[in-house]
Design a protein around this ligand. Structure first.
Ligand code: IPD
Ligand code: CA
Ligand code: CA
Length: 259
């Protein structure tokens, strides 16, 4: 049995209600590493989503941020980020979402990303398109790098080589594009490219559950996604992602691959 997009949107909306209820409250913040937080709301949202899937699709696998991999018995797999943007959430910044994706035999079929603060539901179905609430969305047609609005994120390991690379790329895109933003939610970053709000999103050291739904959104909105080396198996490790329209994607790769 396979889920429907409407069903996935209902799950994402209910999990989003959990996030909205927790927003602005005093949190029990635990640190997974020096700067990587998790709150009771991340866990509550994930418990809700994972228990729904286990009840209705007991043979499916799940890759979930807080509880890890739940091995199923067939080729169906869900990718769950129960709260993408936890640093924002824990500081009372209203930029965060829940992200859910569903794949069959390695092919992403459905994705839903819900922002409960703006009541924005981004969704996509393989071969059928991408939507923001009930409206079809498309990537932009901008082709000049200097006119493009870009967005990125940074690794939690501040001492890593990837952090140095991320800072270097932030500098390059800030100098070669119109601007480079940092919102703090990889899933929303992808959705904003899909919806034509941003032109390019790039990031290194993200996880599959951060971007699985967002990749489908971008592709179904007419955009292109790849790793930094141009290969298209974006969810295989080590993960990196460049998402943009067809004009800007090769230009973004050139900026990234500059020596
Ligand atoms: C993080 C956010 C952030 C990105 C990090 C992610 P989390 O997810 O998406 O924008 O830069 O790479 O880990 O920890 O808030 O779920
Ligand atoms: Ca995340
Ligand atoms: Ca998260």
């Amino acid at each position: 049995m396979s889920p429907t997009l409407d069903e996935m949107k209902t799950i994402a909306r209910e999990a989003g209600e959990i996030l909205r209820a927790g927003y602005g409250q005093v949190h029990q913040v635990e640190m997974k590493s020096l700067i990587d937080p998790v709150t009771e709301t991340d866990k509550r949202s994930e418990e809700f989503i994972v228990s729904y899937i286990k009840k209705h699709y007991p043979d499916h696998s799940i890759v979930a941020e807080e509880s890890g991999v739940h091995q199923g018995s067939n080729g169906s797999c869900w990718y769950i980020d129960p709260l993408d943007g936890t640093v924002n959430f824990s500081h009372g910044v209203p930029i965060f979402c829940v992200s859910i994706a569903y794949a069959e035999d390695g092919v992403m079929k459905l994705g839903a990303v819900y922002d409960p603060m703006l009541d924005e539901m981004f969704s996509a179905e393989k071969g059928k398109g991408a939507w923001l609430n009930d409206r079809r969305i498309q990537v932009t047609e901008i082709s000049d790098l200097i006119r493009s609005l870009t967005v990125t994120g940074f690794p939690y390991d501040q001492k890593s080589a990837e952090m140095q690379q991320a800072l270097d790329l932030y500098r390059r895109f800030s100098l070669q594009a119109q601007a480079c933003r940092r919102f703090g939610s990889a899933a929303l970053d992808c959705c904003y490219v899909a919806a034509g709000r941003m032109d390019i999103y790039f990031e290194i050291t993200v996880n599959s559950y951060d971007i699985a739904a967002g990749i489908l959104l971008v592709e179904e909105a007419g955009g292109i996604t790849s790793k930094y080396d141009g290969s298209t198996d974006c969810l295989s490790k080590p993960i990196s992602i460049v998402a943009a329209n067809k004009h800007l994607h090769p230009q973004a790769l050139r900026v990234i691959q500059q020596g």
